[in-house]
Design a protein around this ligand. Structure first.
Ligand SMILES: Nc1ncnc2c1ncn2[C@@H]1O[C@H](COP(=O)(O)OP(=O)(O)O)[C@@H](O)[C@H]1O
Ligand SMILES: N[C@@H](CCC(=O)OP(=O)(O)O)C(=O)O
Length: 374
């Protein structure tokens, strides 16, 4: 794909999802940095004034809650993080409300869980709310609903959430704002690293060391989750710009600042791409070799006859991994049964099941249209 075309897509992007990390919103001593929130609001208000629609995905709830609760550093345990997020989220939105109000803009708080962006019915609801806010010229401010998320079902960082929100609202561009101006070939604190201006695909990421979160100690994912977010968004055909807040206007004006991740030319079916990248498996189905062959080579639906064991506490409609006899995942799919229903069905043919249990049990365990190979 030509650089010029993608730069043009960046400058003309109408709907933009902007993600900002905790490290860019807090002071060195902890607590919200009002000046930085104001600076971000100024940049985003500028985009709105150009006629662009902006969805902000903002981290910072946990970091903002630390000082009021006299917690000296970012806690590791989930319960304390959730308590901090509960205190901090209100402060964060309060600050945004005041900052955007300086530009006559109204903000709307949208707290999402993993389910809201991965389950079809839920993400339609989330889309409707976001769409409505944009129609009413409000700026949606999205964060993970930290207080109800559990350790297993949680993004933790907001980078991947932002990529999924970008896909959800059919954004033209995703902007990842952090405390470094671009992706570097290694930890930017080291002297021997170089700036990476363009990433066209996996080959451009070879040899790059993706390190831990920065010195502020309030971020979570570091560059690993940002690159993963860029992979998800570009896989949906959405270009991604990674840079620091002060450079955002220049980046959106088409200047060569930050790192531009180019969208992949060949777009996979959105729904299957979603299944492979956006979902976390809620369980595992162990397949016998015949079933692996049927699913992987012959692209057939998975039937109960080919399943030898089941792990996990999923319900019908959940994503599950299909694993071979060594435990390696070969595919992911949306399962048609609850975990508790499956043990009595295993190894039995659909004809036998329909005769014994009724016609409702004739259905596949995972339909081939709901399957993606890993
Ligand atoms: N290859 C790399 N290029 C750029 N930054 C990197 C790289 N590896 C690690 N980092 C670190 O990632 C940090 C940003 O991640 P993080 O602290 O999680 O930010 P945020 O709070 O914005 O999500 C940077 O401050 C930088 O120190
Ligand atoms: N939802 C959390 C996000 C946690 C976090 O630190 O994310 P990030 O700064 O994007 O790496 C919060 O608001 O604190």
């Amino acid at each position: 794909m030509q650089n010029g075309w993608v730069r043009e897509a960046v400058t003309s992007a109408r709907r933009v999802v902007v993600k900002i990390g905790s490290s860019s919103l807090t002071t060195a001593t902890g607590g919200l940095d009002t000046a930085r929130v104001d600076a971000l609001a100024d940049v985003l208000a500028g985009l709105c004034a150009e006629g662009r629609e902006v969805v902000l995905v903002s981290s910072g709830a946990i970091a903002a809650g630390l000082a009021p609760l006299a917690i000296p550093r970012r806690p590791r345990d989930l319960a304390t993080q959730q308590a901090a997020a509960s205190v901090g989220q209100g402060l964060l939105i309060g600050r945004y409300t005041a900052s955007f109000d300086r530009h006559g803009l109204v903000v709307g708080q949208v707290l999402l869980t993993v389910d809201d962006v991965t389950r079809r019915v839920h993400y339609r609801n989330a889309y409707r709310t976001l769409r409505k806010l944009l129609d009413m010229r409000a700026v949606p401010i999205v964060n993970e609903n930290d207080t109800v998320a559990t350790e297993e079902i949680r993004f933790g960082d907001n980078d991947r959430l932002a990529a999924l929100v970008a896909a959800l609202v059919h954004a033209d561009l995703l902007v990842l704002l952090t405390d470094v101006d671009a992706l570097y070939t290694g930890d930017p604190a080291r002297p021997d690293t170089r700036k990476v201006t363009d990433v066209h695909g996996e080959a451009d990421l070879e040899g790059i060391t993706l390190g831990r979160p920065g010195k502020a100690g309030v971020g979570t994912g570091g560059m690993i989750t940002k690159v993963e977010a860029a992979r998800i968004a570009t896989g949906f055909g959405i270009p991604v710009v990674l840079t620091a807040t002060p450079l955002a206007p220049a980046a959106l004006a088409g200047e060569e600042v930050g790192t531009l991740f180019h969208p992949v030319a060949q777009r996979p079916t959105a729904r299957l791409f979603w299944l492979a990248h956006a979902t976390s498996p809620r369980g595992r189905l162990h397949l016998d070799p015949g079933a692996v062959q049927a699913v992987v080579t012959r692209r057939k639906s998975l039937l109960a006859a080919g399943i030898t064991a089941v792990d996990g506490a999923f319900t019908a409609g959940d994503p599950v991994d299909l694993v071979d006899s060594s435990g390696a995942p070969v595919a992911r799919g949306l399962v048609n049964y609850d975990a508790v229903e499956l043990p009595t069905l295993l190894g039995r043919s659909t004809v036998e099941l329909a005769a014994a249990l009724g016609p409702g049990y004739e259905r596949e365990v995972v339909h081939r249209d709901d399957l993606v190979l890993l």
